[in-house]
Write a protein that binds this ligand. Structure first.
Ligand code: ZN
Length: 137
């Protein structure tokens, strides 16, 4: 399984320092994330989120990127047309056509940057459409 985890110290209601663990991974071909909270002090545990989609950017995704480092997804060979790549970005990321064009431009130059799970997910989708891509780590 492709996935990444970050543990974030977080104050529990009991007053002890607890841990919030955020995981991002591929599940049944979809990008998923979940968040769990657990405290050794009082033994409390809860699952705060578990489901498909992109992790909320400002909190968890940035923490995942900071802990694990970003990776780059790049075009790995010549393609007759980048139209299938445009479709993938529009489907997967729900972006506008100009934004999808920007992402395709990045794919064929510096690379599209994101978390490992996000880029693995995109890589699979792009390869299914016949676009050769690879991840730089
Ligand atoms: Zn506690």
């Amino acid at each position: 399984m492709t996935g990444q985890t970050v543990k974030i110290a977080s104050l529990c209601e009991c007053g002890d320092m607890a841990v919030r663990q955020v995981n991002q991974f591929i599940n049944f071909g979809e990008l998923w994330w979940d968040a769990e909270f657990f405290c050794d002090g009082c033994g409390s545990y809860r699952c705060e989120h578990s489901g498909p989609g992109e992790a909320p950017d400002d909190e968890w995704r940035q923490a995942l990127l900071a802990a694990n480092g970003p990776v780059r997804l790049r075009l790995a060979g010549p393609v007759p047309s980048l139209v299938p790549a445009l479709k993938v970005f529009r489907e997967v990321s729900g972006v506008s056509l100009p934004q999808a064009r920007g992402l395709v431009d990045k794919l064929s130059s510096d690379g599209v940057v994101g978390t490992l799970a996000e880029m693995e997910f995109l890589k699979t989708r792009l390869q299914l459409r016949g676009i050769p891509v690879d991840i730089d780590r």
